[in-house]
Ligand binder design. Sequence first.
Ligand code: C2E
Ligand code: MG
Ligand code: MG
Ligand code: MG
Length: 276
Amino acid sequence: AMYRVKERGKNDYAFAYGEHQTIAYNSLAGMRDALAAGQFLLHYQPLMDTQLDRPVGFEALPRWRPDGGRLLLPDQFISIAEANGFIEPLTDWVLRSGCAQIHEWNSAWNAALRLHVNVSIRQLGRSRTANRLLNVLEEESFPPSLLTLEINETDLLHDLEQAARLLQELYEAGVRIAVDDFGSGYSPFGFLRRYPVHSIKLDPCLIRNIGSVRDSQLVTAITRLAEQLELDVVAEGVETAEQRKALPGLGCRIMQGYLFGMPKQAESISDEYGAI
Ligand code: C2E
Ligand code: MG
Ligand code: MG
Ligand code: MG
């Protein structure tokens, strides 16, 4: 059934996507096959230290190119994967491939780049998740301290006890925890009290109008809070030179966004940075 999309031709994008969502919805097997068939790719986007003008790490972001179809972004398949159980093999694959790639760059460039991987709290709600992730690190001989798990702020409201236990376990193993999309949810303080956290990623909504008095005050207040709590801060969704210029004065020098590069496949990253 997966391949009917291809037969319809690749100009029928909207239809192919709608069709795909329905097909994929109940189909763990279909998505597993797609992964085995090499239809999933990993793109990497740099987190830049703007003072040193070099990447400190890369966020690994999966994409899915169904046979003959267009590239699907995480928003189009992560919730499906969460519903049908594919999220676990997918995350294992993202982590395994990301570890191998970062390891290769770190060796080639004698660097200590970090790998950033997104994990949903629903996964952390499963008791085997911490072990699963740590097993992959061990199999890949990847230092836990170079891995950052990015967890969505709004996600963090669910499943408090189980998530707290698992995050604690990962924390004790040396894995770093980032709060993703910080400032987009309701309760930025609840999880800072409950969970071990190393860094926060400022949501693009805080960066978009950074020239406005209100938003620059907010970002300054957050970076001061982060300093008090000894958390690193990353600004996400930096798209303009003005944003890039304003942020260091507000206490944030690590940035990620289209201004520095879109998520790209590993070969392009290797070409672009050559040596770090
Ligand atoms: P996120 O973790 O906040 O990732 C950043 C998203 O913003 C990425 O979209 C990236 O391509 C996009 N982005 C980066 N710079 C800019 C910019 O300057 N402007 C704009 N407009 N966008 C920018 P992507 O890859 O489509 O991922 C979307 C979301 O899907 C992620 O947001 C994350 O919450 C989720 N996600 C991605 N990969 C995974 C995964 O492996 N597992 C889970 N559970 N969730 C994932
Ligand atoms: Mg993220
Ligand atoms: Mg984010
Ligand atoms: Mg996001």
